[in-house]
Design a binder for this molecule. Structure first.
Ligand SMILES: Cc1cc2nc3c(=O)[nH]c(=O)nc-3n(C[C@H](O)[C@H](O)[C@H](O)COP(=O)(O)OP(=O)(O)OC[C@H]3O[C@@H](n4cnc5c(N)ncnc54)[C@H](O)[C@@H]3O)c2cc1C
Ligand SMILES: NC(=O)c1ccc[n+]([C@@H]2O[C@H](COP(=O)([O-])OP(=O)(O)OC[C@H]3O[C@@H](n4cnc5c(N)ncnc54)[C@H](O)[C@@H]3O)[C@@H](O)[C@H]2O)c1
Length: 479
């Protein structure tokens, strides 16, 4: 049955992932009537198949790796992890894949919630197909914001669908550890899921086509993570790709590899990147190509569509595929939409509230492996590519008293990049247990453009891992 009814709002948000929820929150708080449309679960990938379940799987593994090295604590944690308890915790952290709590929050923030599949239907128009087959037509007075996120991208491997491969969804929500897990992909999902399932008792084989893990980060990050993964029993192979893969009936998957070898596994995870969820959102109705990433300017306005009414925020714009960065963009987009609704031109300054500048200058990322990897700003490779003159300063975090207190066998490394002309930090990478919590200091140093001279006055407490900042400054001074 199809019923046509048209509802008008100031702002329509398509997709209630973490980013859509935050855009809606900001526009509703600015007094604009707002509806958010969601086809699956409010909370999006992050809450149910990404950040929350993956970190719930990883935290026990990382804590146990630390505790095994702490004298006096090691006997208490010698036994393997209680897989049932860890998976039950993961289920709770994923709200048992129910979104009642998030829908309640959306409504309590004064936002209308509409469950259904949203598609652009023309300028400022959205058509929503609800689960019972109804079509609801929505019209926006000011803005339509696409926050439809991303999904796992599978490689063009013949017969891949017959394999029933794992993507990040299955890897984060599996009911039990596979006995043998093959992982294809050298990025963040590959490294984190190898850590999580190896710790859960799976025999993990990680197949990387390049020469190291985490290729977008400083090379020492991937090297240290590889070292620990191998010590934990994972088989990590480089310079290798999958040539064919086939599931034998309901049984194992047989894989042939580019080096001529063969591999059998119970499950195969393809952690080979993301694709935009934009193939069926009506992009054709506004002159765009279905399936494309949606390019925006720094105000998150879609550049290819005239009239400044269409915005794309979060993963779908490909600026920085992280929850925290998408939520930052949501705050910026909310401010831009509110300004335009008041008839004001949004500010264009580099660090104005209407510009998503940090996407270009300082995107913080933490990889929750053992050891953790935390990075923000430029790597050496990026500095070279963009022709920036930088001093590169390295320090072995394992030399710090705070690191040895943290974990006696601490292995880790830090690097900062200092812009030679401006004398400010423009990049930082820390690798080692617990370094995720150090990252905000580097993010503030970069976005605040704190002069290196002033950093000498930011005194780190003894004995903490933050003392790495002092050692980096001393290393630079003495070099
Ligand atoms: C395994 C894994 C672990 C991750 N861990 C982290 C982490 O620790 N920290 C971090 O910062 N980032 C992490 N990320 C990245 C993070 O999950 C994403 O950056 C984040 O979810 C993006 O949010 P979003 O709202 O843009 O998109 P999504 O979370 O993908 O949400 C989009 C929403 O839109 C809905 N939707 C799509 N199409 C339509 C439509 N046509 N109509 C209505 N609704 C629609 C979807 O159902 C979904 O709910 C991880 C990613 C993966 C895969
Ligand atoms: N802790 C976190 O914040 C966190 C955790 C997981 C994911 N994420 C986000 O999710 C995004 C997606 O992660 P991801 O690991 O899926 O993607 P990714 O882009 O980080 O890594 C995918 C890797 O797979 C490789 N690859 C692509 N096709 C391949 C093929 N056919 N065979 C072998 N290798 C192939 C690519 O070279 C790439 O290095 C990341 O960019 C990150 O922003 C964040």
């Amino acid at each position: 049955m199809t019923t046509e009814n048209i509802r008008s709002y100031d702002v329509i948000v398509i997709g209630a992932g973490p980013v859509g929820e935050n855009v809606a929150d900001r526009t509703a708080a600015a007094g604009l009537s707002t509806v958010v449309v969601e086809s699956e679960l409010a909370g999006g990938e992050c809450s149910y198949w990404a950040c929350e379940p993956s970190k719930a799987l990883l935290r026990p593994a990382l804590l146990r790796a630390d505790a095994l090295q702490v004298p006096g604590l090691d006997p208490a944690v010698k036994n393997p992890l209680d897989t049932e308890a860890v998976l039950a915790h993961r289920d709770r952290m994923s709200a048992d894949w129910q979104d009642d709590g998030q829908v309640e929050w959306i409504k309590s923030a004064g936002i209308d919630f509409l469950r259904g599949h949203g598609r652009l239907a023309g300028e400022r128009e959205v058509s929503v197909e609800t689960a019972d087959g109804d079509t609801v037509r929505l019209r926006a007075r000011h803005a339509v914001v696409v926050c439809t996120g991303s999904r796992a991208a599978l490689p063009p491997l013949s017969g891949i669908e017959t394999l029933r491969p794992w993507t990040s969804r299955e890897a984060t929500s599996a009911r039990r550890p596979p006995r043998r897990l093959a992982i294809v992909g050298d990025g963040v999902v590959g490294a984190e899921m190898a850590t999580a399932w190896q710790a859960r008792g799976s025999r993990v084989t990680l197949l990387a086509r390049g020469e190291g893990l985490l290729p977008r980060m400083e090379p020492f990050a991937g090297e240290l993570v590889t070292e620990r993964l191998r010590e934990a029993g994972a088989d990590v192979r480089f310079g290798i790709s999958v040539v064919t893969a086939a599931r034998v009936g309901d049984g194992e998957v047989r894989i042939t590899l580019s080096d001529g070898g063969e591999l059998a596994a119970d499950e195969v995870l393809f952690a080979t990147g993301r694709a935009p969820r934009s193939e069926d959102i009506g992009l054709g109705a506004v002159g765009l190509t279905p399936g494309d990433w949606l390019a925006t300017d720094d105000s998150l306005t879609v550049t290819a569509v005239p009239g400044s009414w269409l915005y794309a925020v979060g993963d779908v714009n490909r600026r920085a595929l992280f929850t925290h960065q998408g939520k930052y963009q949501a705050r910026v987009a909310g401010a831009v939409i509110a300004a335009r609704a008041r008839g004001e031109e949004p500010g264009t300054g580099r660090w104005s509230p209407h510009s998503s500048t940090a996407d270009l200058e300082a995107v913080p990322a933490v990889v929750f492996t053992d050891p953790e990897v935390a990075s923000v700003g430029l790597t050496v490779r990026e500095a070279e590519r963009t022709g920036r003159a930088v001093d590169v300063v390295d320090y072995d975090i394992g030399h710090l008293a705070g690191a040895v207190q943290y974990r006696p066998d601490y292995r880790g490394r830090a690097r900062i990049l200092v812009d030679r002309d401006r004398q400010v930090v423009v990049g930082a990478t820390f690798v080692g247990p617990g370094v995720g919590e150090l990252l905000y200091s580097a993010t503030v140093a970069i976005t605040g453009e704190v002069p290196v001279e002033r950093l000498w006055h930011a005194v780190p407490a003894f004995p903490t891992i933050s003392e790495v900042w002092l050692r980096l400054l001393e290393t630079r001074r003495d070099s």
